[in-house]
Design a protein around this ligand. Sequence first.
Ligand code: GDP
Ligand code: ZN
Length: 344
Amino acid sequence: MIDDPETLTGVVLNGAHGIYDVHTDNGILRCTLRGKLKKAFAQSQSTKSVGKMRPRYDKMFTAPRTQRMERREASIAALPVRLSVGDYVKLRQLDTKTGMIEEILPRQSVLSRKDAASKDNRAIEQTMLANLDQVVLVFATTQPEPHFGMLDRYLAICESAEIHPLLCLNKVDLPHDKRVEEAAALYSGLGYTVLWTSPKTGEGIDTLHAHLKEHTSLFSGPSGVGKSSLVNALEPGMAIRTGLISDATGKGRHTTTGSQLYPLSGGGWLADSAGIRALAMWNIPPEDLARCFVEFRPYLGECIYSDCMHIEEEGCAIRQAVEDGIINERRYTSYVRLVTGEER
Ligand code: GDP
Ligand code: ZN
């Protein structure tokens, strides 16, 4: 035992049955929860869940008891209060390998998954990952040809979930069509960061590494674009750990439903395939979709009909901006496909 217990801040990497691995400056510590926190979790499990929300956990845990109860009643707010992978916590180190979690720090974001299987058939929202703040969207410049409609869908998801997207155009060593350059210019013009990478030649890997530092990120993109090669170029062996490629036994950790995080040696954390699947299933309500196309924002509220979905309505400011060549036509097509449910 250390005589003078130290309070540390850390990130929950994984957890099951009340035992959590927490990444701290003093290494990974196996932690349990302080009794008071456990009790709060037990209460919260019985509350119903509604869509996405970002409760302020800091207030819930520091407020006096009566106030805490009021809060719960006032806003069904106490939704998934359970400690989640990705949560930042304060903990007390007990010895070189263990600790006790004392406090959950406020969450910036919550990625959750709806589970159909509850007793009353109501979907239960399960927090998959807290504080995910970056998605690396990987597309190949060629082989396979980039699917920009899919990229637009992922960008919209990132906007909806308020997660920073990083666009990674991979296999830059291969000769590719000039429309890839044009697309890259379009997306940078919209304010998105575009990186050109190749794990084959090493191009862009250091830059990518630098962008992952201090962030909780996940890699997403179609199969064959080079996600596992990229992740392995960042950190050898990481592709199997994060489930980007399955291990030879086919067993590994794929039986678990919860997400896990893996620390990168250069700083930052990577989420595994469970987190990736949860992001892919993110559902944007159709009426929110226009806002998720950043270049549409200046025109929102300018259409004749206040409930305009910007598809075929007269007097639509967004359609006008497309006609005027201000909004890119292909981006608009992506929007229409998503809003009509043609591509989900
Ligand atoms: P994933 O399905 O997205 O994880 O893609 P993989 O990492 O498995 O890569 C798919 C194929 O593309 C493999 O044959 C890789 O060797 C190849 N590949 C990956 N990155 C590059 C690259 O930068 N350049 C070239 N030429 N091939 C690459
Ligand atoms: Zn409109």
